[in-house]
Design a protein around this ligand. Structure first.
Ligand code: SF4
Length: 280
């Protein structure tokens, strides 16, 4: 059994919150640059140029890419041969988020009660998804999520008879309804299968996958490619002002489901698709 002191978790989470808010991962940054080269609409090209300039300013001045520094979503793959010492893991993750958002001067966007709406002033609690895996490491992904795009996400409880066409119709409808409100160009995370909550978590997980990769199953890879083409044919374009780059990628994750259902969740994300991953 490997022992990992909670202080190591805290310092890593703190650094990852700051890192994710200041720099895009390489795959997203190069996709934005590629979109600049391929954008056919003059205004769309100008907007992408401004997004690239914004990334450069964030890097140079060490300020967040976007004013909405998001709610901290944390995916944890916890090796079953790891024993965290000094503090329980959930408290350690929240302490890391607290230190990252306070010491990194990131906007605190979390309210304690969804109706009373009093700010917690340190961006906690994080939303944490645990997965117990083999081994003696902990893989942590910190994915701060802005709510401009989160608010435009959708859940469809499709029936098996809806088929692939039903999935396509739902995803394209969700993207069309999101329009400029989710700050295109988008990364579209899609979760198909499982049940109501599993599909939503799959869609969120899909957003953390390298956008240069495809789902390993050929029919899902084909669906990712078809959907990206259909979405870009909508002409919503950068900032919703028209153009050929409405989405940078469509990432799909799937899971087994019930014979009577085919849940399909669409988690919309803007180009500020933040995630920082480390293995401890
Ligand atoms: S949707 Fe993205 S780019 Fe738009 S405000 Fe939110 S985090 Fe920023």
């Amino acid at each position: 059994m490997r022992e990992i002191d909670a202080s190591i978790i805290i310092s890593n989470i703190k650094e990852m919150c700051i890192e994710a808010n200041l720099y895009l991962s390489n795959d997203i940054e190069s996709a934005v640059k590629k979109a600049f080269d391929t954008e056919k609409n003059e205004l769309g090209k100008k907007i992408i140029g401004q997004l690239i300039e914004n990334l450069e300013i964030a890097d140079k001045d060490q300020i967040p890419i976007c004013q909405d520094t998001g709610m901290a979503i944390v995916f944890v793959k916890l090796g079953q041969d790891v024993h965290v010492t000094g503090m329980n893991l959930t408290d350690a993750i929240n302490e890391g988020v607290r230190q990252g958002y306070v010491e990194g001067y990131l906007r605190k966007s979390v309210v304690k009660d969804p109706i009373i709406r009093e700010n917690t002033k340190d961006n906690t609690p994080a939303i944490i998804h645990y997965d117990i895996v083999e081994g003696e490491n902990i893989e942590i992904t910190v994915a701060p999520k802005g709510f401009g795009s989160e608010n435009m996400s959708r859940m469809y409880m499709l029936k098996p008879a809806d088929g692939v066409e039903g999935i396509k119709k739902s995803v394209v409808e969700a993207v069309s309804m999101a329009g400029p409100n989710a700050c295109p160009p988008f990364v579209v995370g899609v979760g198909i299968g499982g049940n109501f909550e599993k599909a939503a978590i799959l869609a969120k997980t899909a957003l953390t996958r390298d956008i240069n990769t495809h789902h390993p199953d050929e029919h899902i890879k084909a669906l990712e490619e078809d959907l990206l083409n259909e979405i870009n044919a909508l002409g919503i374009g950068p900032a919703g002002l028209g153009g050929s780059n409405t989405a940078l990628a469509v990432n799909i994750e799937t899971f087994a489901t019930h014979i009577a259902g085919m849940p399909c969740a669409i988690n919309m994300c803007c180009h500020v698709n933040r995630h920082s991953r480390r293995t401890i």
